[in-house]
Design a protein around this ligand. Sequence first.
Ligand SMILES: [Mn+2]
Length: 250
Amino acid sequence: MLKIDVIGDVHGCLQELKELFNKLGYEWKNGLPVHPQERTPVFVGDITDRGPSSIETIQFVYNMVIVQKQALYVPGNHCNKLYRFFKGNPVQETHGLETTAAEYRSLSAREQKKIKHHFLELVDTSPLYWELPEANAVIAHAGIRHEDIGLNNKRVKTFVLYGDITGAKLPDGRPERRDWAQHYRGEQWVVYGHTPVLEPRFVNQTVNIDTGCVFGNKMSAFRLPEEEIVSVPSSMTFVEEKFNTFSSLS
Ligand SMILES: [Mn+2]
């Protein structure tokens, strides 16, 4: 039995991430969290952008996942955009990428090279989503349809990174989304983030654990097999409009 602690969107909130590991019972060895009962942290993606410490968060997650090999990671849409930025592709420095880009540019050329290569390696060596049968779970940034589990094509990639978007925009500019979780009939857990919610949102065998730390609410983890939520409060300013109720088309 694999024991996992799935961590919601960090968005550069490294302080809260460390507090969350403390609350989850991790101990610190060489600056990295290790659980005495051999638990595996799984990052649900969007580790950077908007928060105060995106670059340090990249290094921290890299050390856990790549160097120490005691944690897992899947990319989110913000990770995908930062990946393209580091590859030198033209991307708009908006929606939080501007904070990560500013942190990056303040580094020395040597540090820039190191962090870029670490982030590219982290994304290149991680799957689009993790199927963890030993934990009876699938970890995907914005979720995944039951019938798509095991598939890996362009359509599934868009869904996993951005959710079930229709392509239309709501009057306030946010993308219109369908509520895929309402239709989920799988027996394994789908643990995801991406859309900030005030409380973890359980629907069928799915849970959204992006409790909007970077928008001042809290950072949450979902533990399996315990099916338990552990959260720590955010130190950021609360931005109420980011938690508008789900605009569901079903
Ligand atoms: Mn996201």
